[in-house]
Design a binder for this molecule. Structure first.
Ligand code: GLN
Ligand code: ZN
Length: 772
């Protein structure tokens, strides 16, 4: 096919769409079902309505081929687990008794049965349920959901393409089932899994699918030759099936790299590739393999996971280049639109001047359609769209929100010295000891105390005007009093104010920083029925006034013990927001860091001797490709140091991360140059302490001794045992005693009991220490 006819054939498509509905109807229906307020038929009807309305909307907007099967009651990886029959043995009976209830049991657990583990979907903030596989896993095809949803879309008279998680990615996302040796590699099950995919593909073909999309985002990560070989085998075998639909193998979130030649040679009819900024290398790589002669290329030129308007002219130029490289070029978002909110037009509080810079799922759909039209029928046919787009982009580029000269001057003047504390750790730790006068094995918490119903009600009342600000603040002060007095009575050494004023650890700061904007309806699925509204880093960041100082100093005024100031670090502020796409992430991080640095300095000036800067997102933000990690870790650690390095030697900087696997970032953790780190460790029986020690981590550390993810109260004896284990790895002079993470999701009774036991454990173990 000539590039001209490739252009003429250009079609618009997407891989998936937000599931929740304009008013989060799906969340409400599912939660209603869980509470017994809605029956299964009503839930199914709501779900079917939402699917139909999404398809109609997509088709109405001009999308030529709509996705099916992207809908989910909870998670599309869990749907895949059902599709391949990999139901964990412990849930089998529940699934057999009732498919829907069994499905939710796998997702959420029951009184007696643990759910599947949940983890982040690549480097997004969406969480999937991890398949549990073992050498005894028997797969069995269940194409019911996929076939039914395809038929629904076809019944509307639409061209529809089922979207499935591909077999290689499915296995690479899995982990050994409980009881299976940790060394077991799920990928060894590929030969058993492929016949199941073959059956599903045949069923979909029979139901009328011309094309089926198989998503293989795991292939954008670094892959071993054995894994690449598995991908080659998988698509050779699936490609060789006699009665199958055409196959579109999709990749997203990064470049395909060494997997590109593998897929380019595979006997499948199409590939979908990400061509947004971070995956731009796909373009040259595609040319280098000689393009995709005879194949369909779906070009993800519209960023599916960020919220900025597309640069249509730039996308058209990319598409123009691609025309020479494939038989047919279609236009799409880089990934499923699941990762962006539904409709920017629903926002009432965002200034119109900023709103025009934003594209949520609905707006992205329109961009994709316009690009496909421009490609197929010539750019003059979309001249008006292009000129409006140019104006939107120019308005953003030239806005004083985008570029604040004062912020720019300040970041330009940053020197190495700004990111270096005035004394090295070994020296300042002596000053901190003298200044704080803490016992060995000092006790503390991670920051938040229970966010009670009353606190949430008070915040809602403030929003609706039922109480005024003074009344609200009164309520917060009362809470702080209670938190401080409890900690004093319990005998905790370094106190916190409890964070009662914070709705969320990122949003609370975003709301107070200039350059950040909040959305009213910008819900994005985090997991299951949990949706979040990430704030948007829209422009240059500055801090008009102190954000936390008065709450911390209020708490400090109530006690003679040190109260720890609590801030969210720059990396986490970026990770849980929509980031700017018009400057390197490191530049945005530096701006946020300087704003936070002012807060740190103000806290210190107000008499705070211990300041904690939380970075729970440091590890999850790690780029998918190892080659991209040094650069990320450089700006991540630099921005943390910029935030914290301005304090006096005797001021103690803490950081906190809530996970136990950090082997690949332990050097970066050390490079933060914090004085104390608290980490999750209770479930892994202090294994982190050993790992830190093995890496020669020289600083103070508080591996958690209280698992806050469960309402269970750890006994003092149990916490003491964990401490004794910790002491084998970390000497008493450097070991802290604290819970795994914040207590905001816990209730007061278990929090009280657990913290009292924690203090009692610290006292017991202190007594056992040899007198120095
Ligand atoms: N300081 C926060 C809290 O205690 C930290 C939360 C987190 O690590 N995710 O809630
Ligand atoms: Zn945490």
């Amino acid at each position: 096919m000539t590039s001209k006819s490739a252009a003429a054939a250009a079609r618009a498509t997407v891989y998936g769409y937000p599931r929740q509905g304009p008013d989060r109807e799906l969340k409400k229906a599912i939660e209603g079902y869980w509470k017994g307020r809605t029956d299964a038929d009503a839930l199914r009807a709501t779900a079917a309505d939402l699917r139909r309305s999404n398809w109609r909307q997509l088709a109405g907007a001009g999308i030529h081929e709509v996705p099916t099967g992207d809908f989910s009651y909870y998670d599309h990886v869990l749907d895949t687990t059902v599709m391949v029959g990999a139901i964990p043995a412990r849930h089998r009976a529940a699934v057999d008794a009732d498919a829907l209830d069994g499905y939710f049991a796998m997702a959420r657990g029951t009184q007696d049965l643990a759910p599947l583990e949940m983890t982040k979907w690549f480097d997004t903030n969406y969480h999937y349920l991890v398949p549990e596989l073992g050498p005894d896993t028997v797969f069995a095809a269940d194409s019911g959901k996929q076939v039914a949803e395809l038929k629904e879309a076809l019944a509307l008279g639409l061209t529809a393409r089922p979207v499935l998680v591909g077999p290689v990615t499915y296995l690479l996302l899995a982990k050994p089932a409980p009881g299976v040796a940790a060394g077991f590699e799920p990928l060894t099950l590929l030969d058993r899994l492929l016949p199941v995919y073959a059956e599903v593909l045949a069923d979909l073909r029979a139901a009328g699918a011309e094309w089926v999309q198989l998503d293989e985002p795991a292939l954008v990560q670094d892959r071993t030759p054995a894994e690449l070989n598995a991908a080659e085998r998988a698509y050779r075998d699936l490609g060789a099936l006699p009665d199958r639909p055409k196959l579109l193998v999709a990749s997203y979130f990064d470049r395909l790299g060494e997997a590109l030649p593998v897929l380019a040679k595979a006997p499948v009819e199409g590939l979908a590739l990400d061509f947004t900024e971070s995956a731009a290398a796909n373009l040259d790589a595609l040319a280098a393999v000689g393009g995709l002669p005879g194949k369909r290329l779906v070009a993800g030129v519209v960023n599916g996971r960020n919220i900025w308007v597309n640069d249509l002219a730039k996308s058209l130029s990319t598409l123009g280049t691609l025309l020479g490289l494939a038989d047919r070029v279609d236009v799409a978002a880089s990934c499923s639109l699941l990762h962006v909110p539904l409709d920017a037009a629903a926002e009432r509080d965002i200034q119109p001047q900023i709103l025009r810079w934003l594209a949520f799922a609905k707006q992205k759909t329109a961009e994709i359609v316009a690009l496909a039209k421009g490609l197929a029928q010539g750019t003059d046919t979309i001249a008006a769209v292009l000129s409006a787009n140019r104006a939107d982009l120019a308005s953003r580029e030239n806005s004083p929100i985008t570029r604040d000269p004062a912020v720019r001057a300040r970041t330009a003047a940053i020197t190495d010295a700004d990111g270096r504390r005035s004394q090295p750790y070994t020296e300042r730790t002596t000053a901190q000891r003298a200044h704080l006068g803490l016992p060995l094995l000092p006790t503390t918490t991670i920051g938040s105390f229970p966010q009670t119903g009353e606190l949430r009600t008070a915040r809602a009342d403030l929003r609706t005007g039922r109480i005024d600000r003074a009344g609200y603040e009164e309520r917060i002060r009362a809470e702080i009093q209670e938190v401080v007095s409890f900690q004093e009575k319990a005998g905790i050494d370094v106190l916190v104010h409890g964070e009662p004023e914070r709705n969320d650890m990122v949003q609370y700061f975003a709301e107070q920083l200039t350059g950040y904007i909040a959305t009213q309806h910008g819900w994005v699925q985090s997991y299951g029925t949990r949706y979040v509204r990430p704030p948007i880093l829209a422009g240059d960041i500055s801090r008009p006034e102190p954000m936390t100082v008065r709450w911390t100093t209020y708490a400090q005024s109530l006690t003679g013990r040190p109260v720890k100031g609590m801030l969210t670090g720059p990396v986490t502020m970026l990770a849980w927001s929509f980031v700017r796409d018009d400057q390197p992430l490191g530049d945005t991080a530096r701006q946020v860091a300087l704003a936070l640095r002012d807060e740190v300095d103000d806290l210190e000036a107000a008499g705070t001797s211990v300041i904690q800067v939380d970075e729970p997102a440091l590890r999850e933000t790690l780029p998918l490709r190892a080659a991209d990690r040094p650069d990320y870790l450089a700006w991540a650690t630099e921005s943390f140091r910029l935030t914290t390095a301005g304090v006096r030697p005797e001021t103690q900087i803490h950081t906190h991360m809530c996970y136990a696997e950090f082997g690949d970032i332990v050097q970066a953790i050390d490079d933060l140059d914090a004085d104390v780190i608290s980490l999750e460790a209770a479930r892994s029986h202090m294994q982190v302490a050993c790992e830190l020690a093995a890496h020669g981590y020289p600083r103070e550390a508080g591996p958690g001794v209280y698992d806050i993810h469960s309402p269970r109260v750890p006994s003092a004896a149990e916490a003491a045992d964990l401490l004794r284990t910790g002491l084998k790895a970390i000497p008493a002079e450097r070991l802290w005693v604290n819970p795994d993470c914040g207590l905001k999701t816990r209730a007061w009774p278990e929090t009280r009991a657990s913290l009292e036991n924690l203090v009692s454990a610290a006292r017991t173990v202190r007594e056992e220490l040899p007198a120095s």
